[in-house]
Design a protein around this ligand. Structure first.
Ligand code: PHE
Ligand code: ZN
Length: 863
């Protein structure tokens, strides 16, 4: 961006939570005037500023990449200093009206922060610190302002002009231009500011709140996409009703708009009254979206909507409190999805995501507390720890208080802090005050990083009819936190009689100390331990349960999550044994799967999830030194044995779940899921005719779930069917970017030996667009999740990733930085691989003009 006063690159410095000070100046009112055009946009800002407290500091406004044209104070040109991404203005009294005029270039904004262009649409992204790329402002979440926004733009290119709040006026201007004005009556931090200008059409609907107000709803997309907005609209209305019913939260404006854009760094953004979404979380129809996509749309639409209270009405004091809004809102969207569909399958999905992303993060060089103590670039802290572990903390408090007291606590929290910027401490305090339950020690969960381990050993004294359970916890050391205190761990525990299956006890135990002994009376027969049922705490459980006990639980535990968990544990132990000793007995796993598969009482959706083997990466997480090739070989051997031994059962499952017309219902979803899982086992076993079955499923599918499911299986094979399907998929969907992403992803996830080279070749495909974060993640992000391919012994995967990071960083630092943690796992691998991974991190750090984002992730990953 052209700018006379570009600041020199300063060495990136860390910001500390302990240094928080209230803002020196407040800005109760803001008026913005946008003269919009892609090449050059003029932004006029009129801020009413108020001195906050007793000091004589000048007004200091953040601004990044802005071309400053003029500054006025109380209507007169004013003295000012513009340097180092800040504008400093001395102000004599305690109040003033400060006006600035700047110029920006949205069409050249590849970072996708601030005002940018996506497919001809002008849109904004301000969280966390993007507003400073639009105008000069105290860009921090504890400065809350009322906004009035006027936009001027070409009427043909940008017929629709949207901003936060409600529209107040609009009109035409000379030169084929028009204008619109919006106001938002709710004071908000600038990270929630948004505007959109574009050639958009809306799916319009309405919602009547429980107090009888009508809210106009609009989902805005490009004309050709309007037919794909129905599911998002249904999800939105369901979310609005759910938040009223479960949390007593009603929507507060007359209008709620969602806009879908193709270029977006994250999933979606909760701007007040004007949510802006990555189009992948809005657009869905049976031909282009899988069942998982449908679920994700519902979850993200609900998530952003729920932020209206948990995030917007009550916001965060500073970015260290990010989990205050994100952990809580993820918990809320998880509850919503569980209520709408199968709660057991939803819990399995959520725990899988936590274990795939957060546990490794917590065990590696980037480990940080849910409420971090410092950061260099806040964009790097939109992590699985802040979001998903944060949600688990809320879930634990929910179980400790019980639903009723939890609700009293959230009511008090919303009441007490409405219209203000709050802290994680405020949230805990509100729950405490409303429930009378002491959460003093619980707060350690917010300040300590690392996944706690709980060792559980059960002994039985048959003669006395007594069982004794010893629980011991340790919280591992993490960067900057060598010593940890014990945390309160709520564990749902049950004991079953080994012979009769009778349940002796089922309760919530709170493990508060380092070690705790529990005695159970009246236990005649040998008991089998079921622990951390429903995954009541985000911990790693270690037990000495035998194979038979796990098999028993996988078939007979009355808690579905615990059944799933026992099966996973059984599979995991089998795989770990196979990898470390070269062989393992596959029979117990095969028998447990047979039991599950042939149990007519079980939901097919649940069966499909529980018969899946843990991923190669998950097995790796349980080895001292990850051996990607041995893990791959062991897992494939087990997969093929399961397919072989149970061939007729898989064929039966396949047949019984086929042949129905598309329907989006829990039963139909379950059937589709099981069908593709069954196909996977048949393919793995090289069963007669399996590739032809897959191709038939691919060609005859009337929905994307079946089609992608078939393709995802074929892509692992060495068959002509593979080529046929990949070619046909490309031909059919090359004009649809979201589906083309899937085409890249299935190939990046292929378990074939040549994937590393195929991926490098795909990065040179004309449809591989570096500027589009979805496309980058679809290929490069997916590839890093493919353990065997990414960790190819040649090191070509690491080199490829290093090249990608360095190519993307100058364009879009956030997207580049998010690819770095994959290299940060170097300590987990053998010396040769580890050195090659380190070498890539060092090459990144040595690159001139590296972004702050990439600098922080690479230096911390090197450890
Ligand atoms: N706050 C967004 C959410 O709902 C995430 C986000 C962060 C989006 C930063 C864009 C930029 O989780
Ligand atoms: Zn969020």
């Amino acid at each position: 961006m052209p700018d006379a006063v570009t600041a020199p690159a300063a060495p990136p410095a860390a910001i500390h939570r302990a240094d928080y000070r209230p803002p020196e100046w407040l800005v109760p009112d803001v008026e913005l005037d946008f003269d919009l055009a892609a090449e050059r946009t003029r932004v006029g800002a009129r801020l009413t500023v108020q001195r906050n407290g007793d000091h004589d500091a000048p007004l200091r406004l953040d601004g990044e990449g802005l071309k400053l044209i003029e500054v006025k104070v109380d209507g007169k040109p004013a003295e000012h200093l513009h340097a180092q991404d800040a504008l400093t203005i001395p102000i004599v009294g305690d109040e003033a009206v400060v006006e600035t005029l700047v110029e920006i270039a949205p069409g050249a904004n590849t970072q996708l922060m601030g005002l940018y262009e996506s497919g001809g649409i002008l849109c904004t992204q301000c969280e966390a610190e993007g507003f400073r790329r639009i105008t000069f402002f105290p860009d921090r979440p504890d400065v809350l302002s009322r906004y009035r926004v006027r936009m001027h733009a070409d009427k043909i290119l940008y017929p629709i002009l949207l901003a936060n709040g409600d529209p107040v006026a609009h009109g035409d201007e000379e030169g084929g231009r028009h204008w619109a004005e919006w106001t938002d009556p709710f004071p908000k931090p600038c990270y929630l500011f948004a505007l959109v200008a574009g050639d958009l059409v809306a799916n319009q609907d309405s919602f009547i709140t429980r107090s009888g107000r009508t809210v106009a709803l609009g989902i805005w997309v490009r004309e050709g996409d309007i037919g794909k907005t129905g599911h998002a609209m249904e999800s939105l209305k369901a979310a609005m009703a759910w938040d009223e019913r479960v949390y007593g939260r009603e929507y507060d404006l007359a209008m709620f708009n969602i806009v879908a854009v193709a270029d977006f760094n994250f999933g979606a953004m909760e701007n007040k009254g004007l949510n802006i979404f990555n189009s992948r979380y809005v657009l869905a129809d049976p031909d282009t979206a899988t069942d998982a996509d449908y679920d994700a749309v519902a979850g993200v639409v609900a998530h952003e909507y729920f932020h209206n209270w948990s995030g917007n009405r009550v916001t965060c004091r500073d970015w260290f409190q990010l989990s205050l809004k994100e952990g809580f809102t993820v918990f809320r969207d998880q509850q919503f999805s569980a209520d709408l569909g199968s709660a057991a399958v939803k819990r399995i999905d959520d725990v899988r995501a936590l274990r795939a992303a957060q546990f490794p993060e917590d065990a590696g060089p980037l480990a940080h507390p849910v409420r971090p103590d410092s950061y260099i670039e806040i964009s790097n802290f939109y992590t699985a720890t802040v979001y998903n572990k944060g949600a688990e903390l809320i879930r634990m408090m929910h179980s400790l208080l019980g639903a009723e007291k939890f609700r009293a606590g959230t009511d008090l929290y919303f009441d007490r802090h409405d219209g203000t910027a709050a802290t994680c401490e405020d949230f805990a305090k509100a729950l405490e005050d409303a429930s009378g339950i002491d959460l003093a020690r619980f707060r350690r969960w917010y300040s300590q990083a690392g996944t706690p381990r709980v060792r559980a050993s059960l002994t039985h004294h048959a003669g006395e009819g007594r069982a004794r359970l010893v629980l011991e916890q340790t919280v591992p050391a993490t960067p900057g936190q060598p010593r940890k205190a014990p945390v309160p761990i709520p564990l749902k525990i049950a004991l079953f009689d080994e012979l009769t299956g009778q349940k002796y006890t089922d309760r919530l135990v709170l493990l508060e100390e380092k070690r705790q002994d529990l005695l159970f009376e009246g236990i005649g027969g040998r008991p089998i331990l079921s622990i951390n049922r429903d995954f009541s705490a985000p911990v790693i459980i270690e037990t000495d349960r035998k194979v038979d006990d796990l098999a028993f639980l996988s078939a007979r535990d009355d808690n579905p999550f615990a059944r799933y968990e026992a099966m996973q544990q059984l599979m995991l132990e089998t795989l770990v044994t196979a990898v470390s000793t070269g062989s393992a007995d596959h029979k117990p796993v095969i028998e447990a799967i047979r039991q599950t598969l042939t149990n007519p009482a079980m939901d097919p959706a649940f069966i499909a999830e529980s018969v899946l083997l843990p991923t190669e990466a998950f097995v790796g997480d349980h080895m001292l030194v990850v051996d990607p090739d041995a893990i791959h070989a062991a897992r494939e051997k087990l997969r093929s044995d399961i397919g072989d031994e149970l061939e007729s059962q898989w064929r039966a499952a396949y047949a019984s779940s086929s042949a129905n017309r598309f329907e989006y219902s829990p039963a139909a979803k379950g059937a589709r899921r099981l069908r593709t899982v069954a196909l996977g086992y048949l393919m793995a076993a090289d069963a007669e005719g399996a590739p032809a079955m897959a191709l038939m499923q691919f060609e005859n599918a009337d929905n994307m779930t079946d089609r992608q499911g078939a393709l995802g299986n074929l892509v692992n094979s060495d068959t002509t069917e593979r080529q046929t399907a990949l070619g046909a998929f490309y031909e059919r969907y090359q004009e649809n970017p979201l589906v083309l992403d899937k085409w890249f992803t299935v190939q990046a996830l292929s378990m074939r030996e040549d994937t590393v080279d195929k991926v490098a070749a795909l990065a040179r495909h004309p449809d591989f667009l570096l500027a589009n974060p979805n496309r980058v993640r679809s290929l490069v992000g997916a590839f890093t999740a493919n353990q065997r391919a990414f960790h190819h012994r040649s090191g070509r995967g690491y080199r490829f990733l290093g090249d990608m990071i360095l190519t993307i960083d100058p364009l879009n630092p956030q997207t580049a930085a998010r690819l770095i943690p994959a290299l940060g796992r170097w300590r987990r691998f053998d010396e040769t691989r580890g050195q090659m991974m380190k070498a890539e991190l060092e090459r990144i750090i040595a690159t001139p003009n590296l972004s702050r984002d990439a600098f922080e992730q690479a230096t911390k990953s090197l450890g």
